[in-house]
Design a protein around this ligand. Sequence first.
Ligand code: GDP
Ligand code: IMO
Ligand code: MG
Length: 433
Amino acid sequence: MGINICVTGGQWGDEGKGKVIDVLSRDFDVVARFQGGSNAGHTVVINRKTYFLHLIPSGIFHKDKVCIIGNGVVLDPFGLKEEIENLKSNGIEVTPEKLSISDRAHLVLPFHNVLDRSLEKSRVFRKIGTTGRGIGPSYATKALRTGIRVIDLYNDEGLKVMLKDSLDCLNYLFENYFNSEIVDIDKLYNDLLEIREFLRPFVSNTVYKLDKLYREGKSILFEGAQASLLDIDHGTYPFVTSSSVIAGGISSGAGFPASKLDYSLGIFKAYCTRVGNGPFPSEAQNGLGEILRSIGGEFGTTTGRPRRCGWFDLVAAKYAAIVNGYTHIALMKLDVLSKFTELPVCVEYKYKGSKLKEFPSDINLLEKVEPVYKFLKGWDIDITGVKTFEDLPIEAQDYVKFIADKLETEVYLISVGPDRSESIVTYNFLEKA
Ligand code: GDP
Ligand code: IMO
Ligand code: MG
C-alpha cells in the first residue's frame, strides 16, 4: 500500500504550503487539490526561479506525477488556461497525463467575480477583504443549486438554460441593486463553448481515478489551500473563506475517505500572518509587525496586499491541530526570526482578568482578548544555509521543540529560506511503507 498524507495550513494562509508540497512531491505519486480555487497563491522556488500557482497542484514541477483538481475545488476555466500556458512557456509540461480535472468541480464564472466585488463593496460593518476571485459566490451558487459544473459545459441543450437560470436574477441585482456591470449571457455562452474544448482532454471523474491509483499502491498527497483559521466552519467566521479547508475536507472535496490518511501535516510559519480582515490576537504592535513584514517579504501572492504580521499563537495553533488531527508539522520561515533578541509566543489569552486556553468561537470576544506571551531566546546568526537540525543555533532548536511539544506533534521539516533546497527535513514519511 502507498502512504497517504494531507497537508493543510495551520494559521491564516500563506504559511508556505506550496514549498512543502513541492518538496514532498518527490516521494509521492499523486498530488490532489480538494477545495478552494484561485484565491490560493502557492509559491514554489526552484534554483532561485519563482513560480506562482493558483489552481494547479504544486506537484506539477516533478516529472511522472499525477496532479488532480478534485470536485471540491471551484475552478475558473479562463484563469486555469492562463496558468497552464504560463507554466508551459516556462518549460513546465502540463499534459492530460499529468493533470486531471474533476467533472464535478463547480465553475467560477465572471459573474461570480462581479458578485464577489459587489458584495464586498456593499458591506458596511463586516468587509471581509476577499481576494475578489469569485470564490464565495461560486460556493454559494453550488449550495443554491444554480451552480454550473465542469460536466455541464458538455451539455449542449442544457448549458444556455443553466446560464439563464443562474444569471437572469443576478443580472437584475447587478443592474438594480448593486449598480454594477451586467453579464452578457450570449457572450459568456460562446466563451464557454471555446474554453470547453481546451479543458476536454483534462476532464474525468477523478473519484474513480484516485481510487484506482490508491488500489495500485500509489502514495497520495492532498494539497490544502487557505488554512484552518479561514475554514468555513472552524475559522473566524465570517472572516473566512467559503470551503472546508481542513484535512477532513478530502472526503467531500476529493471523494477520498479521510480514514485512509496515514498522516496529517500542518504547515505553520514560525510567526503568524493574516491578509484580509478579522481578529488576530497576536498581531505585533509598536512597529514590530512592519519589521516582520519587511524581513519576511509579507505581501500577498494573489493580491499583492501587505500581510498583517504577528507572533506565533499556540492557542490558535492547538485548535488547528485538533481539527486536523496533526501528526506532524512543518515550521516555515524560521530564517525570518534571526536577529530578534527575544521571540514572543502566545501561550494563552486573557479576557477581563480570566485566562482562556481555548480558541473562542465568538469573534467579538476574540477581538478583545489579550495575548499572554512566553518570551523565548532569539539567535543572531543567519541560518539560511543550515542543512541539519543539529547545526541550528541552540535557541532556534529550542524554539522549534517548544512549538512541536506544545502541539504534541513531530517535526517533518524546518524551512530556512524560500528555495526548495533551503529545507531541513527531519522525518521520512515513506519509512513506514
Ligand atoms: P502558501 O500559500 O502557503 O503556499 O504560501 P505563499 O506562497 O503564499 O507564501 C509563502 C511565502 O514565503 C512565499 O513567498 C515563499 O517563497 C516564502 N517562503 C517559504 N518558505 C520560506 C522560508 O523558509 N524562508 C523565507 N524567507 N521565505 C519562505
Ligand atoms: P493560500 O492557499 C491567505 C483570505 C482572504 C480573505 C478571506 C476570504 O495562498 O494560503 P476569499 O477570496 O477566499 O473569499 O477570501 O480569506 N484568503 C487567503 N489568505 N492565503 C490564502 O490562500 C487565502 N485565500 C483566501 O484574504 O481574508
Ligand atoms: Mg499563498
